[in-house]
Ligand binder design. Sequence first.
Ligand SMILES: Cc1ncc(COP(=O)(O)O)c(C=O)c1O
Ligand SMILES: N[C@@H](CCOP(=O)(O)O)C(=O)O
Length: 464
Amino acid sequence: MKYISTRGQAPVLGFEEVLLTGLATDGGLYVPETLPHYSLEEIRSWRELPYDELAYKIIQPFVAEFIDGDELRAMLKDTYAGFAHKAVVPVQQIDHNEYVMELFHGPTLAFKDFALQLLGRLLDHALQKRGEKAVIMGATSGDTGSAAIEGCRRCNNIDIFILHPHQRVSEVQRRQMTTVLGDNIFNLAVEGNFDDCQRMVKESFSDQSFLRGERRLVAVNSINWARIMAQIVYYFYAALNLGAPDRKMAFSVPTGNFGDIFAGYLAMQMGLPIDQLVIATNKNDVLHRVMSQNQYEALPLEHTLSPSMDIVVSSNFERLLFDLYDRDGAAIAQLMKDMASGQATLDVAKLDKARIVFDSACVDDDETCATIRQVHAETGYLLDPHTAIGVHAARATRRDMRVPMITLGTAHPVKFAEAVQKSGLESPALPHHLADLLSRAERYDVLPNDRNTVHAYMVERVFG
Ligand SMILES: Cc1ncc(COP(=O)(O)O)c(C=O)c1O
Ligand SMILES: N[C@@H](CCOP(=O)(O)O)C(=O)O
């Protein structure tokens, strides 16, 4: 499998290089040159597979030249054996033909574990093989950070730097990162918002000279293709468990960086019958405004009760645009330039193509809390605020009541006590492995929103 950049000017790479890269050299994102496509018959034959074996079926073609099949199989078994639920992705019914796909049974209680538990193992494999060391630099609005630390902390060849917006992640999220005290783990609380952190990370990938050519920078954010690849699997898994491919499915996806929903779009391109994909945003609704009004305008970031989705510049939207624009790299490069200037409109025919399957909705904090309350009152089930946004958007945009609607349950409510309490409910207890989280020692440094200061900090820790 070969990978190409969305902006058409970077070298074509194999999986190993893509895994060890952040942005393409032309500023674009890597995507597979061609996607595997499966017949309904073949997809139907996967119904009985446990999660790790289904993951093997889906992931193997993307990584075939990188890792031997048996090694991959063992790696996937090991990766998902660490999840706290035997099914890995249990599906919970919350109403007639309406479900939540629970993606929070991994070690850090959010969907990020699905990809980052695997990414850590893939990176270890690649770096050991090459005898190289690497520096991870990631930006987090709360969940990627802890999942990346948890996934990579045992890798001998890696130093890991995670930037989070100071005082803008929940206490549980912060502590899940800052209480992991390994010598190779560094948490930076940046005096800015998530977009500032993400911008700094992307700029660092574009110019890595601060690492003196002695280390490569590796991405743990969803700009790394391996993240998206691993997230495709659970769309197939949940759908197969509810009767696919003999029934179509609809998915509602709480969305920020557009990585998770893009994985769903790819599942559809690979043959999974999907009727509808709902882009569910909080008040940071640039994607909803593009989809509903063809208006891309990067308004200032707002802080909400769903902090993990407090994102304005949504990285993976570029990957969708690349497909919508018939994989025309030059057109995407121009469009991304327009978007970076703060305002853009899409070609109407291209947008209409997206609207065949995508719907969108923006959900504010009051609606989020009302949904948490309502679902709890009706079923006793407690949603986290991000998932609640997904459920609200699903109900607001549903096209066909006969099609099962599956909202992605992207995080466990225990991570977001403020939203749960504002909904008038009690926050659940932390699970056993995190029971003493609130009393563990923390280590992190507060840094100004300044790239040179961050680079100097990293250089000091990497080279002494
Ligand atoms: C809990 C939670 N829900 C939803 C999202 C949005 O996912 P994506 O950025 O892939 O759109 C995130 C962060 O990315 C998250 O942490
Ligand atoms: N919500 C994310 C933000 C980063 O998104 P990513 O999927 O690109 O890593 C987080 O919780 O950190």
